[in-house]
Design a protein around this ligand. Structure first.
Ligand SMILES: [Zn+2]
Length: 104
């Protein structure tokens, strides 16, 4: 392969990457971010034995900005606490303590 050809290919590659960078993102498409999950269950560490619908301040930590329940893989909760939190959030929604869908 000649040097000139190599340069051409390199330039093409550079042009491609630049083009990819300048492509505007469509609204509504959210890029996936790597989420660091803690190694331990934050509720076990805090000594919380049971979570009920009344613990709104705790439950708010486990809903997304859109109002959805954060999965265990992201919340880092143990399965026992994840079940309690999910159920408590559902009850709190019915009692209008938490939103089904946020306004965003
Ligand atoms: Zn736990």
């Amino acid at each position: 392969m000649s040097l000139i050809r190599k340069e051409k290919i390199l330039k093409e590659e550079a042009a491609l990457t630049e083009e990819e960078l300048t492509v505007p993102e469509e609204p509504g498409i959210v890029k996936k971010k790597s989420v660091v999950t803690p190694d331990y269950c934050s509720l076990c560490k805090g000594g919380t034995k049971k979570v009920t619908y009344k613990d709104v301040s705790i439950l708010k930590r486990f809903i997304s900005r859109r109002g959805r329940i954060i999965p265990a893989s992201r919340s880092g909760l143990c399965s026992k606490h994840q079940r309690q939190v999910a159920r408590a959030i559902k009850v709190a929604r019915i009692l209008a303590l938490l939103p089904f869908v946020s306004e965003e």
